[in-house]
Design a protein around this ligand. Sequence first.
Ligand SMILES: NC(=O)c1ccc[n+]([C@@H]2O[C@H](COP(=O)([O-])OP(=O)(O)OC[C@H]3O[C@@H](n4cnc5c(N)ncnc54)[C@H](O)[C@@H]3O)[C@@H](O)[C@H]2O)c1
Length: 336
Amino acid sequence: MKKNFWYKKKILITGIDGFVGSNLAKKLLSLRANIYGIVQKKNKKSLLYFEKLNNKCKLFIGDLTNQKFTSRILKNNFEIIFHLAAQVEVGVANKGPYKTWESNIRGTYTILDNLIGNKKIKSIILASSDKSYGTYPKSLLPYKETYSSRAVYPYDVSKACADMIGQSYASELFKLPIITTRFSNIYGPGQLHFSALIPDIMKSIILNKIFIPRGDGSDLRDYVYIDDIVDLYLLLSKNLYLNQNLRGEIFNAGVNKPIKVKEVIKKFYLSRNKNEEFKLILKLMKSKKSKGEIPFQYMDYKKLKKYFGWQPKYEFKDTINNVFDWYEKYFNKNII
Ligand SMILES: NC(=O)c1ccc[n+]([C@@H]2O[C@H](COP(=O)([O-])OP(=O)(O)OC[C@H]3O[C@@H](n4cnc5c(N)ncnc54)[C@H](O)[C@@H]3O)[C@@H](O)[C@H]2O)c1
């Protein structure tokens, strides 16, 4: 096999057993990179274990916010880091934000602070989120990278803080090679928080459970497929590695196709001819109002296109069958 850029690169992924982390690890392993990962506790249900990728990575088990643990791991002199670890469940954060502040804010500065003065590190990708922008009126969407944060809800604030902390470590003072990503909702194989919309839909359709809507379905969102995001992470990391002038850049990504939550549900239900079940969900939605969630969110990718010619390859119509296939296999082996 021909050597590629990633061959034998020493890479750390925080949150490697999460949805994005395990998909990223899978791709990087296929490119024969040396993958290290931080795992809070063994989560045997994650894609990392389900697809037996864990045996091909070196895993450190512990909490990122533990200064001693994190500094010991960083002595390994990684050249490339993807910082993905976070408490991502909006509902969990809304019920009691303390653990979300800890993981998302303390976790971020613990890792970055330990990298000050590190001569080996060439690329750090910091996963922020579209949620870090907070609520903007529909007339000002899609969000632009230059917008300041209007975050109010806990998860959104935690991502905005981590994002700003990243800007500080990337500044003239510390010069850490950081690119910050603010992506819209990501979906696909391996997403296992069943409070998120598409995993919840999968669980309801495949396991014949009643779908309980969180709102009236009118919230506007933008969904980008995991394979597009993995490719984009590779693209950004490689470019930063080769061109340190990209230090401090921020990139939004989504598919720029705003869609109402109820339309997403419809696509999945109707693709399996579940018309009656979908009508029932519409009825349940009538009396619901979502709380603690931003009503309109979508992203474009103008800056990414300008810098690197990137654009998403996938739309729902290209991915729905793949998504069903993966969750069907998963539910066959795992009880949730
Ligand atoms: N999934 C999306 O739609 C989406 C969209 C935009 C941005 N993001 C961002 O991408 C990143 C990855 O998201 P995901 O969907 O893979 O989430 P995930 O929950 O599947 O994975 C996050 C991982 O981080 C780990 N983690 C949390 N706190 C930790 C701690 N203190 N120490 C060690 N590990 C810890 C969790 O155990 C989990 O495995 C997050 O930073 C998230 O904010 C996700």
